[in-house]
Design a protein around this ligand. Structure first.
Ligand SMILES: Cc1cc2nc3c(=O)[nH]c(=O)nc-3n(C[C@H](O)[C@H](O)[C@H](O)COP(=O)(O)O)c2cc1C
Length: 217
């Protein structure tokens, strides 16, 4: 069995404790607490973050693994109260705007869908989305380690955002990630406040099996 590191920093967990006690996230096998400590809150405190703090999260994403080390991920970011914020925030669906207005930054996660030069002979990179997912996960775990929260959103108008940010057709837009420090859930509208707690997971036996496929078709 792998030796587990002690928690890297107990302090962030304490800072994030608004609802943690109500839905314990108990792993069925020993893992670093980082994995259950990370979750996606909607209550954010509205405080700004320095660009350097944001770059630390993107730096973690940069070191993700990728097929052929192609590094197909790209990130476009905006901090609140900067000119770049408006186009990204406007593309979010109203539900996400209600809470993401208190994010300190938004990060659009994209990936290049082709390998090599663009053009009629361009080769599709089959792993671009898989690799972008790995990079986003690195960003999210670094956010937790940095005392920040990262909350991915698929609820945005992808074509409007593509146009607003001049993203070429050779890139897919996957998610917009809201980043900020956790805030008080009391600030959320009623239905969101009730949901503001870490959720659970399917049992390991439902997602991992030795040998052949034996899950729901
Ligand atoms: C690709 C992706 C898209 C998501 N889209 C939204 C969204 O539009 N709005 C939202 O409030 N949460 C969104 N979420 C957050 C998920 O609901 C959340 O990650 C999931 O319930 C697991 O909870 P946890 O991240 O707190 O562990 C998204 C997450 C991912 C990874």
């Amino acid at each position: 069995m792998a030796t587990l590191r002690p928690p890297l920093d107990a302090a962030p967990a304490a800072r994030h404790d608004f609802a943690m006690t109500e839905t314990p996230r108990a792993p069925a096998h020993p893992i670093d607490p980082l994995f259950t400590r990370r979750w996606s809150p909607r209550a954010l405190d509205g405080a700004p973050i320095a660009e350097a703090e944001l770059l630390t999260l993107l730096e973690a994403a940069r070191w993700a693994p990728s097929a052929y080390n192609a590094q197909p991920w790209r990130f476009l970011y905006a901090r609140r109260d900067t000119p770049a914020w408006g186009p990204m925030f406007s593309a979010l669906v109203p539900f996400n705007q209600t809470w993401a207005q208190n994010a300190a930054a938004l990060v659009v996660v994209l990936s290049r869908t082709i390998s090599g030069p663009a053009g009629p002979d361009a080769q599709t990179n089959r792993w671009h989305a898989f690799d972008a997912g790995a990079a986003w996960a690195s960003l999210a775990f670094q956010a937790e380690l940095s005392g920040l929260a990262a909350h991915a959103m698929a609820g945005f108008d992808a074509e409007a955002l593509r146009a607003a940010l001049a993203v070429p057709a050779t890139y897919d837009l996957h998610a917009v990630v809201a980043i900020g420090r956790r805030g008080d859930p009391a600030q959320l509208p009623d239905p969101l406040r009730a949901r503001e707690a870490p959720n659970g997971r399917n049992p390991l036996s439902a997602i991992a099996a030795e040998g052949a496929f034996r899950f729901e078709e």
